[in-house]
Ligand binder design. Structure first.
Ligand code: FDA
Length: 388
């Protein structure tokens, strides 16, 4: 029996992703004892990154991660654990062999329609094209999109990509998904508008190593396989795994979209000229190709070498990435929320336990807020969790 087999802790944190690592770091800083258990063989959750073979190229194993936030508090906090480079994210999309910039902006519109509009002309131009097919009170993604940008732009850039990403017709998706996709009347093509943006210079994993410094971490351990053992060894549990699994799927399973990655090494200096290229058409089975060396222009890589990663979208509730959040899911989730309120010993947090699509800065904000409340026994000041 090793030391940690009998030792008791103030907190056991299930999951070493951002929520778990931030909570554990805050608890340790407040003088509490903490143990982290992680089912994967590495820390960092979906932010995990590593150098690929001998290339000196840092690869984000679970998809490209760009840190961005408007929150001073989150930015200050994360800068305690890393320095960021000055990377600014731009997304390109390939449609019928041509490359356009995303989100749809003045450059995209002019190139796609072969016109040379000025910013003040865009609204009328799009309205004229959209008005033909506009549906009052749109009830789904497709109707909303056509009303806002017209059928041509919708079919070129959104229809096929959305079908691949969500595995269903856009007519089956809520309007709210389209609300999240910005359209610009200027040439501004930076993906995020946030004040702070970048990639950690050493990749993401060192952030987690520093946050978890001095905290015991057991990797390769599935909490659910021995739940009573872990619960018996702590005063409080912080659970960041899937909420339906915690309750043994008593009210059914929540639906998730999943992703699969295929990684290739190429003897080329540059494969696609950018960090992320979307593929809008359905005859191409993947949704995007990532080329991570473009995230680190400050770094030198092995010459004449690059890495390209194809991303495929699929349905797989056992490998959860994006909450589907349909009507049935919301009904199931409400029942788990009721069960949570009867579990005084467990704190639920992060994207899997909350069944919420969170960006990194939002998870950090949420973990800081829940940790402050838990560790001080007081409600922290509001608005720590960034909404965008
Ligand atoms: P996360 O899933 O990272 O961590 C949960 C951990 O708990 C995992 O390590 C898991 O193994 C562990 N666990 C679960 N069950 C367990 C059990 N029973 N026992 C032990 N361990 C268990 N955000 C952003 O800001 N910019 C970006 O560019 C991107 N890009 C991006 C791309 C893709 C493809 C995805 C899917 C997501 C992003 N994100 C993003 C979002 C980002 O990944 C997300 O906000 C955080 O990783 C969420 O951190 P959590 O700690 O909540 O979950």
């Amino acid at each position: 029996m090793n030391r940690s087999d009998t030792q008791r802790f103030d907190y056991i944190v299930v999951g070493s992703g951002l929520f778990g690592a931030v909570f554990a770091q805050q608890a340790k800083e407040a003088g509490r004892s903490v143990l982290v258990v992680e089912q994967r063989d590495h820390i960092g959750g979906n932010c995990y990154s590593h150098d690929f073979e001998d290339t000196n190229i840092n690869v984000h194993k679970y998809g490209t991660h760009i840190f961005h936030t408007n929150s001073e508090e989150v930015w200050r906090y994360v800068n305690r654990f890393t320095e960021f480079n000055r990377y600014q994210h731009r997304v390109l999309t390939t449609h019928r062999g041509d490359v356009y910039s995303m989100p749809v902006n003045l450059g995209t519109i002019n190139r796609f329609f072969g016109v040379n509009l000025e910013p003040r002309e865009v609204e009328d131009f799009i309205a004229a094209r959209g008005a033909r097919d506009r549906i009052e009170n749109p009830s789904n993604f497709e109707e909303k999109a056509i009303g806002m940008i017209g059928r041509e732009l919708y079919e070129a850039f959104f229809k096929g990509y959305t079908m691949k990403q969500w595995g269903c017709s856009p007519t089956e998706l809520p309007t709210s998904i389209f609300n999240r996709l910005p359209i610009r009347t200027s040439y501004h093509d930076s993906y995020f508008n946030d004040r702070y943006q970048g990639i950690p210079v050493g990749g993401f994993t060192p952030i987690f190593e520093r946050m978890l410094e001095g905290i015991p971490v057991e990797t390769g351990v599935d909490f659910m396989a021995d739940r009573e053992h872990w619960l018996g060894r702590c005063d409080k549990l912080v659970y960041t795994g899937p909420v339906d699994r915690y309750f043994d799927y008593e009210h059914g399973r929540l639906n998730w979209r999943s992703v699969r990655f295929e990684i290739e090494r190429h003897d080329l200096e540059d494969f696609q000229g950018t960090s992320v290229m979307n593929y809008a058409d359905t005859d191409i089975p993947y949704t995007r190709i990532h080329e991570p060396k473009h995230l680190h222009l400050e770094k030198s890589h092995t010459p004449n070498t690059t890495v390209a990663i194809r991303e495929y979208s699929l349905r797989d509730n056992d490998r959860p990435y994006y909450p589907v959040n349909g009507e049935a899911d919301r009904a199931i989730l409400a029942k788990y929320r009721e069960m949570e309120s009867a579990c005084g010993k467990t704190i639920f947090g992060g994207r899997l336990a909350e069944y919420k699509y969170y960006d990194m800065h939002q998870v950090i904000g949420s973990a800081l807020q829940k940790a402050a409340k838990e560790l001080s026994g007081r409600e922290p000041r509001p608005a720590v969790i960034p909404t965008t």
